[in-house]
Design a binder for this molecule. Structure first.
Ligand SMILES: Nc1nc(=O)c2c([nH]1)NC[C@@H]1CN(c3ccc(C(=O)N[C@@H](CCC(=O)O)C(=O)O)cc3)C=[N+]21
Length: 283
């Protein structure tokens, strides 16, 4: 038992990331460049609309431009790709974010892969994933980058540790597994077909929950002293970790809200500023 776990405060981590962006945004501005993020939302899922609005608000607070494109749920893959290509061609747009998930009839992979590499600030393209996996300097996807930023901010050791990632989605479980591996963790990626999931989690020094099931990770799965990172964003702002049950076991744990979420948005802002600097050669 551990009676004083560190509560990993995502708002603090996000504040530091955004503070460091301010002078860079000012310098770009002095050169007549305003970093610009285009967000695309297909359909009218209210939770997705909330996240997209939060991203737009974060841009505004940092002095970034944002363009919001809302497409009807009946949009075809071809129409969506056409909208993405138009943003690819627009030199004033530095980053493009296609909000996941898109309606089921759309080929989401094809749409993600239509995003120009140098504007893939959300790290969703196949090429971006490949670069992330190989440890090159692409924009990694934002939630995995947020998880790594939280570990770094609190100086939590990764090398040599057993990290168990629950979930293998293309923009969360898979890339965060690769990023942990690149920092010399021993990584086990668990998923819905994993047999004996609790026994894997029980051996983890670092647990990353990315399953999309509310309160899925139970307290008795957590090895005493483990670090627990909750990347879940279920309806009603509920994470994938049963926080109250895991808290007494963990040495450090992210809450939901105010854990991984705000850092995800800060990373998106950072990547957009990075992209604007690269595009303009101003860094
Ligand atoms: N292409 C794509 N990229 C994404 O990065 C992406 C996505 N699609 N689809 C949905 C998920 C979810 N996501 C969140 C970001 C911030 C919070 C966040 O900041 N949440 C606040 C609370 C939210 C509130 O106040 O309503 C918090 O945890 O403190 C949550 C969830 C990004 N996602």
């Amino acid at each position: 038992m551990n009676n004083s776990p560190i509560i990993l405060d995502g708002n603090c981590v996000a504040a530091e990331i955004k503070e460091r962006l301010a002078p860079r945004v000012a310098k770009l501005g002095a050169n007549g460049i305003v970093p610009c993020l285009a967000t695309i939302l297909v359909g009218d899922d209210p939770a997705s609309a909330t996240y997209v609005r939060m991203k737009g608000n974060a841009c505004k607070r940092l002095g970034l431009r944002s363009i919001r494109i809302d497409l009807p749920s009946a949009t075809t893959t071809e129409e969506l790709i056409a909208a993405i290509r138009e943003l690819n061609r627009d030199p004033a747009v530095h980053g493009i974010l296609l909000q996941h998930p898109v309606p089921g009839h759309i080929d989401e992979r094809a749409a993600f892969d239509a995003i120009a590499m140098d504007k893939d600030v959300d790290g969703v393209t196949t090429q971006g994933f490949a670069q992330t996996a190989f440890g090159f300097a692409a924009f990694p996807s934002c939630t995995p980058a947020a998880i790594m930023a939280i570990l770094a901010y609190y100086k939590l050791p990764v090398a040599g540790k057993h990290a168990v990632v629950i979930g293998r989605s293309p923009i969360l479980g898979k890339p965060v597994s690769a990023m942990l591996l690149n920092q010399d963790a021993t990584v086990t990626t668990c998923h819905s077909k994993t047999e004996g999931l609790p026994s894997f989690v029980r051996s983890a020094d670092i647990v990353v929950a990315a399953v999309g099931k509310p309160n899925f990770v139970r307290g008795d799965w957590i090895k005493p002293g483990a670090v627990v990172l909750d990347a879940g964003y279920n309806p009603g702002n509920v994470g994938d970790v049963d926080y109250e049950a895991c808290l007494p076991q963990a040495s450090a744990i992210t809450p939901v809200p105010a854990g991984v979420g705000p850092v995800t948005i800060a990373m998106l802002m950072k990547h957009t500023v990075d992209a604007a600097e690269k595009a303009s050669g101003t860094n």
